[in-house]
Design a protein around this ligand. Structure first.
Ligand SMILES: [Mn+2]
Length: 205
C-alpha cells in the first residue's frame, strides 16, 4: 500500500509491505495535519498477520481522532487504549511547521532518523525510543526535540527495515523524491520475514 499527499510545506510518502506469506501488514503509518502541526506516527503491532493488523488499525483510528501537540501525552493515552491487545512498538512525532521543531517519543524498536545535507559532510541523526511495549508495559515516555533544517529528510521506519545503514549505501537519498525513498529503503534494507514500513518526509519551508 502506498500513499502520497502534498501538504503545504511538506512532501511525504509512505510504503508498507507485509512480511512474506502474509496478506495484511501489522505495521501502519499515520500522517495528519492540523493548522501548523503535522502529526506523524508509526505503529508495529506485535507479531504478523491479522492479529497484528488489528492492533495497528485500532491504534491508527485512535491516534487520528485523539493526537495532540504533546507526544508523551498521546503515547500514554494510546498505551491505555491498547491494554489487553497484543501490544505494539510505536513512534510518535509532531512537527511544528512554523518553528520547524520536531518533537518525538518512541517505545519499542521503531526508528526515527534524520538525513541532513551539510557542506562538510552529510550526516544522520537518530532520536531514541525507550524499551517497552505499548499496551503492555512502558516507562514514562520521554520527549526529544530536534530543530529541522531545510534539506532534512525525515524517516520513520519499523524494525522490518535494517536499523543501521550509512548514507554511502544509498547516496541518492538526497536526490530522490519521497516516494522513491520510502520504496527504496524497503527494497535495499527490508527484511523478508517481517512487515516493513517506511515514512519519508521532506520539509520545505
Ligand atoms: Mn516488526
Amino acid at each position: 500500500m502506498v500513499v502520497k499527499r502534498m501538504l503545504e510545506q511538506i512532501d511525504y510518502f509512505y510504503s508498507n509491505r507485509p512480511c512474506l506469506g502474509e496478506r495484511v501488514s501489522g505495521d501502519i503509518a499515520i500522517v495528519e495535519q492540523q493548522e501548523q502541526l503535522l502529526f506523524v506516527g508509526i505503529v508495529d503491532g506485535l507479531g504478523h498477520g491479522k492479529n497484528a493488523n488489528l492492533v495497528a488499525r485500532t491504534a491508527k483510528d485512535y491516534l487520528q481522532k485523539t493526537w495532540d501537540s504533546d507526544v508523551c501525552h498521546t503515547m500514554l493515552r494510546l498505551h491505555d487504549k491498547l491494554k489487553g491487545s497484543l501490544g505494539a512498538a510505536v513512534g510518535l512525532g509532531v512537527l511544528n511547521l512554523e518553528t520547524q521543531q520536531l518533537s518525538y517519543t518512541g517505545v519499542g524498536n521503531t526508528v526515527l532518523k534524520i538525513c541532513r545535507r551539510q557542506e562538510q559532510q552529510n550526516c544522520t541523526k537518530r532520536l531514541y525510543s525507550t524499551d517497552g511495549i505499548v499496551g503492555s508495559h512502558i516507562r514514562h515516555p520521554v520527549e526529544q526535540r530536534l530543530q529541522l533544517t531545510k534539506s532534512d529528510i525525515i524517516l520513520f521506519y519499523t524494525d522490518g527495515i535494517r536499523e543501521h545503514f550509512s548514507l554511502e549505501e544509498y547516496p541518492l537519498i538526497f536526490v530522490d523524491d519521497t516516494m522513491k525513498i520510502a520504496k527504496k529503503l524497503i527494497q535495499l534494507f527490508g527484511k523478508k520475514h517481517d512487515d516493513a514500513t517506511c515514512i519519508a518526509l521532506k520539509y520545505q519551508p
